[in-house]
Design a protein around this ligand. Structure first.
Ligand code: SF4
Length: 234
């Protein structure tokens, strides 16, 4: 498996203290991506590991998984390496390790993979397909289809919406999409735009004036809550 970087964080990508792996390669190209170096499928900085090597590393780290922690796979888009990831997730489940994945929800293998993961995080960028293609480069159809599947199957899911001024800052558009589903097992988190990864674009960064105010995030939170959807802050 191709891993770009790894490290611990606390309670950001799942509960407790977590070992987070960033897998190389993404099928989206979000113009605000803070991990632009993780988008190409090949990157000389990424290192190859076998499933066995990662499993051994995770098991050696298990004393660090305090407060309900574990391991999180993100990216890039982790599901591009889905079959190997499923193998690893199965081994971790057999050994009682809590697992999480953060995904853009667009890779078909995810329907199978999500059965082996304890904490599912799906990033949803835009409700409108034309706008999604404009800002992300591809259609949102697969992500919508996966979310529809998750809601129908009542799989607990954490949905993250990155809020970017002038791109997707209309909460009503998101609510109109979600309210046609039973979202009882979902919660929603709104991430204010930031520019922490701007340097990784090496001068090609194209978002201007993307910052949103705390009032805008509150507008999202209030409208979702008003429509019966749970919101969280991490
Ligand atoms: S889906 Fe995530 S990793 Fe892929 S381009 Fe978008 S923000 Fe970056």
């Amino acid at each position: 498996m191709k891993i770009l970087q790894k490290g611990f964080n606390y309670s950001q990508d799942g509960p407790g203290n977590r070992l987070v792996y960033h897998l190389q390669g993404c099928n989206f190209a979000c113009k605000w991506c803070s991990n632009a170096d993780s988008i190409p499928l090949e990157n000389p900085k990424a290192k190859d590991y076998s499933v066995e090597e990662l499993f051994d590393e995770i098991m050696r780290s298990r004393m660090m998984f305090f407060d309900g922690g574990g391991v999180t796979f993100t990216g890039g888009e982790a599901c591009l390496q889905g079959e190997e990831l499923i193998e690893l997730l199965q081994k971790l489940r057999e050994n009682g390790i809590h697992t999480a994945i953060e995904t853009n929800g667009s890779i078909p293998v995810l329907k199978k993979l999500c059965r082996f993961v304890d904490w599912l995080i799906v990033d949803f960028k835009h409700y409108d397909d034309t706008e999604h293609k404009k800002w992300v480069g591809v259609s949102n159809n697969n992500t919508k289809a996966f979310l529809s599947f998750v809601f129908a199957e009542k799989i607990p899911v954490h949905i993250r919406i990155p809020v970017v001024n002038g791109v997707n800052d209309n909460p009503q558009g998101f609510v109109d999409f979600f309210k046609s589903y039973d979202t009882y097992d979902a919660d929603f988190e709104f991430l204010a735009y930031h520019e922490f990864g701007k340097d990784k674009w090496k001068g090609n960064y194209q978002i201007e004036n993307g910052f949103v105010s705390p009032e805008k995030i509150k507008e999202f939170t209030d409208l979702f809550e008003k429509n019966g959807m749970k919101t969280v802050v991490t």
